[in-house]
Design a protein around this ligand. Sequence first.
Ligand SMILES: Nc1ncnc2c1ncn2[C@@H]1O[C@H](COP(=O)(O)OP(=O)(O)OP(=O)(O)O)[C@@H](O)[C@H]1O
Ligand SMILES: [Mg+2]
Length: 443
Amino acid sequence: MIKKSKQKFVFDPDFCHNEREVESKLIISYLLPVLGYPINAWRQEIKFNRFRLDFLAESGQTKNGVVIEAKHPDKNLNDHLAQLKGYMINLDLPYGLLTNGKEVRIYKQTENTIQLVFSCFAYGIENKIDEIRALIGRETLANSSNTEVNTKITDVNMKIIAIYHNKGGVGKTTTVVNLAATFSKAGKKVLIIDLDSQANATFATGLVNFGDEEKDDLKDNYIYHLLKSRKSFSISDVARSSRFSSHKIDVIPSHILLMKHEKELNEYKYVQGILIKKLELVKDKYDIVLIDTPPSLNLYAGLALITADYLLIPSDLKSFANEGLDNVREFLEETNEFREMTNRPSIQILGVLPTKISTNAKFVKSTLQKRIALIKQRYQFEVMDSIIFERDDLAKCTEQTLEIGELEVADPRSIHDFKSHSKSVNEFQELAQEILQKIGLSS
Ligand SMILES: Nc1ncnc2c1ncn2[C@@H]1O[C@H](COP(=O)(O)OP(=O)(O)OP(=O)(O)O)[C@@H](O)[C@H]1O
Ligand SMILES: [Mg+2]
């Protein structure tokens, strides 16, 4: 529901279990009041000819209100676009808001169709409220006959993102698992692929919970099995449900044994295309696939760069990581050559993501800005606007343990499950939003 933190309200979608609760907890208690619609400026469950709208919020000007439709949290908003469009066009209303309590989307009517003009996660919506108010706040609509806004188009295809840097310890795995948790919390269907034989993402998602090696249930069914044969082992055969997040995320695990299979797989003529082919078969099952990679220029890192649509490069922005960017660039040239031979477009670089960044105010104000500028100038890589700062919570959440009798077993948590109202959660939300915007997926 709406929880009070130090100064501001925080909406938590986990308290909305059905359509009624989305209506009461998100729309009536929060959105309508903060957007300036007093109780006499909106109506609920109103009938217009054959239509029955959930809400109509009125600005006081004819034909300048907002249709608001609330859906059950399990519903995919894409399935309700036609209905919203019907309402907006038939009632000639410029704006429509659609939400399932996890995502919030705003559509604008243009030339007999509707276009997405804004989207955000419901979780963290307080940080976006100014943008929403500027679009559909009562004052905005009352003062303008037709607000011009940027438009973008929703794309519903599965997107594959590799998280890669050949420098070790820069935060790749931390980014993969917590980004996955953030997307999943926002209602996206997420798959993590661990292509690193260190298997840190496998560990961080709670899949290494056997106390001793004899109980190792991973070694006979992990990423190697997916790669070694075209015919046997589909994605569904190898994927497991993670145990680090209260929201569902599937994981293709890795294993330390992956290392010794590199030579054998290198000689297997289909290996380069195998992940692409197998992922094609699950393109309706997942919205986002995140690939964790080893800090190396090996076969597995190469496979990630050949398979993915997008690349995110976490970096602590220190000298060695910077120098490593030249290797990344050369490696990308090689893998892009292979992509060209197989008629696939080059991987799209989302940018360098500053990670493990000191929170020291002086550093942030001056040194950090210089380091960011350097990446752009000397290495010609874009830098993401989002920053993941160095915070104890992020290191600690993976290190959680559970005592079972005499045994202490690993019990890693996503940052959302470890500390849901933390600065790191906000940072990951910003990052998730920025990525969704760049890859053309609405949140
Ligand atoms: N933002 C952060 N704040 C604090 N600690 C962090 C942060 N990001 C990562 N760490 C810690 O730094 C260490 C390395 O992080 P991580 O494993 O994510 O890096 P990596 O790039 O995946 O490493 P490798 O190259 O070995 O796979 C871990 O102990 C992790 O908990
Ligand atoms: Mg790692």
